[in-house]
Design a binder for this molecule. Sequence first.
Ligand code: FDA
Length: 504
Amino acid sequence: SSSQATSSDGFLQCLSASGIPSQLVFTQSSPSFTPLLKSSIRNPKFFTPSIVRPLYIVTPTNASHVQAAVLCGRRNGMRIRVRSGGHDYEGLSYRSEHAEVFTVLDLSNLRAVRVDTQTSTAWVDSGATLGELYYAVGKASNVLGFPAGLCPTVGIGGHFSGGGFGMLLRKYGLAIDNVLDAVLVDARGRLLSKTTMGSDVFWAIRGGGGESFGVVLSWQVRLVAVPPTVTVFNLPVSASQGAVDVVTRWQQVAPALPDDLFIRVLVQQQTANFQSLFLGTCDALLPVMSSRFPELRWFNRSFCKEMTWIQSVPYIYLGSGSTVEDLLNRTTSAAVFSSGYKATSDYVRQAIPRDVWATIFAKLAQPNAGLMILDPYGAQAAAVPESSTPFPHRAGVLYNIQYMNFWSMAGSDGSVQTKWIRDFYAFMAPYVSSNPREAYFNYRDLDLGENVVVGNVSSYQAGMVWGQKYFRGNYQRLAMVKAEIDPDDYFRNEQSIPPLPKSK
Ligand code: FDA
């Protein structure tokens, strides 16, 4: 709760006096308010009547609108939550866990992508989706790509500011490892670039979560080289075929493969699905597979699908019937919107023994069980020093685990599926990283801990509980940067970085 009284009328008057057109400001009584709020929500469990919604939604069309919204917000005690793609696992870009008056700044109008093939760079606005970025890169060149997440509707703003990884992770690192410049509006309403925000803030917004430091409007990225032909394969191995053994072996193999080969595993029910992107032809892949991963003995030429990198993006995430144009589709399909989910994550630094994998498979066969996605690290992901970016899960990490469980919103409140995830997470504790038990910030989970506000400022001590899981030793530096750029803790949510004043 805020100790400063909120003047919601004063906020609206200030927006209007600052020149923000009224058609970009939506109050709860506007007929467009609910469709707009819903437009990018990816977890419909945060679209029910008991959820704390914003009082207003503002949809800026240029940087000065964002600056004005921040200044008006501060003047009138109105907090702002920024939404780019709305994919936050806990919905923190558009809802509050506790009673609170706030406005959503929805950046979906700010979504330009400009590719420069001369310099192999691009400027992308935060309101663009990953699909829009990939599409623009693919249109400009068939030998350039970008290393970021798999899901095309994920927003650039949240994804880049929290890390961002996908099938190019081992070759080129995370999205943040390829950011060259950024434009930020801070809590004083200043419009800053890399040079003017300073190296600490530029460090913090590449993995520490943008929402703690301001509103990131756009990013300049380095595009990466991809060959004209890549090879994709998808190979299911059932438990009766020996999935337990193959997954056990995969833990050692996948993080040590040549960096142009990425093999992840989706474990669901009694099947391990090996999903792979290889930066080369099938002819080049075959000998690598037989020498490095002979345990995946079913693999042969018939599993290879050769295509361009840009074709591989919809193929891998949306399925074989999809097209490159589907990357531009921003709307939430009714099917996606009908199932709520709960997710969390772990990092594995020591391979999990075979007998534990046998138990894991047994647990995945239980009623209402969830699924696991195992993403291998190593290579370039591990080559970046742990303190170079806030994202600390570097050298020594074998792989990331994501746990997910889904339910139909029509028939269930998800309590059984959520409990399954929590029980499974507790079961996994002895086998994953510890002190701290690491988690990926972009797979946000409020079970890991929440801010405690003391004297209208989030507590640094209380934040350590969740902050060290996401950021390890980088949490303290993030809190020092926060104290520099937003000492009053204007930009905050349930898991924003608390300020740590220098004197402490
Ligand atoms: P959203 O708009 O909800 O924002 C997320 C957080 O960032 C919020 O706290 C918000 O306030 C803040 N924020 C957003 N824009 C900001 C801005 N411009 N300035 C400052 N703060 C801002 N991740 C991954 O690494 N690899 C993957 O393959 C996938 N795949 C995937 C699939 C699906 C279906 C989902 C739902 C999610 C993923 N993710 C992922 C996780 C994803 O990276 C994560 O949820 C991102 O934060 C989403 O960014 P959005 O902009 O969409 O979220």
